[in-house]
Write a protein that binds this ligand. Structure first.
Ligand code: MD3
Ligand code: FE
Length: 217
């Protein structure tokens, strides 16, 4: 996991690939194939205990993305509006613990505290996520760490206002993106999924994990 440094005679070669968009680092292949399979197996257990659901938007329409979570908090929406919840809407149970591999990824970027939410978004073919800001968390000084698994997704990122110009990039299985500082409040969304590209998920599609701190310290 992470960036491999190879020490030569008088220099360090960094073999991990880092791209930036708007100054946001995207760590390509941060999780190798074995790590992706291992994380996926943890996510299957989580989905059994806390079945994914489609939140209902303020307009009364179900979202195309299915959501569940690990950790204390899960994002939720119904006709009354959106909020973070601490019990699964169907089972009434607390959400399962955050997978160790996801925690390890977070700790490569943030050591002040553990995340208290690992939101799990499941995109099937045709699913998308409209442009939005994530601003219902208590402390924006904590980053959001995103992990992509499965089929590629066309990610769009803009500025601090909805109408600001946007840029797009593809996120691939194993990629990790870190949103911190001024980037934490940028508008962003997922325009589409390129189905059938990755064999990681048995039925295809994409999973995205976002590690965050929702509550107060
Ligand atoms: C940029 N998820 O769950 S992850 C979300 O791929 C969400 O499922 C998308 O947006 C997905 O809220 C994008 C990357 C991401 C997450 C949070 C951000 C980008 C962000 C917060 C601020 C700016
Ligand atoms: Fe978001």
């Amino acid at each position: 996991m992470g960036l491999q440094a190879e020490w030569g005679k008088d220099m360090a070669l960094v073999s991990g690939m880092v791209e930036t968009v708007h100054g946001i680092p995207v760590f390509r292949g941060f999780l190798d194939a074995d790590e992706q399979r291992s994380l996926l197996s943890d996510l299957r257990d989580i989905a059994r205990a806390a079945p994914p659901f489609s939140p209902i938007t303020g307009w009364g329409k179900p979202m195309s993305v299915r959501i569940t979570a690990a950790g204390r908090f899960c994002w939720y929406s119904d006709r009354r509006g959106y909020r973070y919840i601490e019990a699964h809407p169907a089972t009434g149970q607390a959400f399962p613990p955050i997978p160790a591999l996801a925690l390890r990824a977070w700790h490569e970027f943030e050591t002040r505290a553990d995340p208290d939410c690992c939101l799990i978004n499941h995109y099937r073919e045709g699913a998308r996520m409209g442009l939005h800001q994530d601003r219902d968390e208590a402390d924006f000084s904590f980053p959001v760490v995103s992990i992509s698994l499965g089929d590629p997704a066309l990610f769009r990122i803009g500025g601090l206002e909805r109408g600001d110009p946007t840029r797009s990039l593809w996120l691939y299985s194993g990629d990790v993106m870190v949103l911190s500082g001024e980037n934490r409040l940028r508008f962003h969304g997922i325009d589409r999924i390129k189905a059938g590209e990755s064999a990681l998920l048995k039925d295809g599609g994409r999973l995205n994990l976002t590690l965050r701190r929702v509550g107060e310290m």
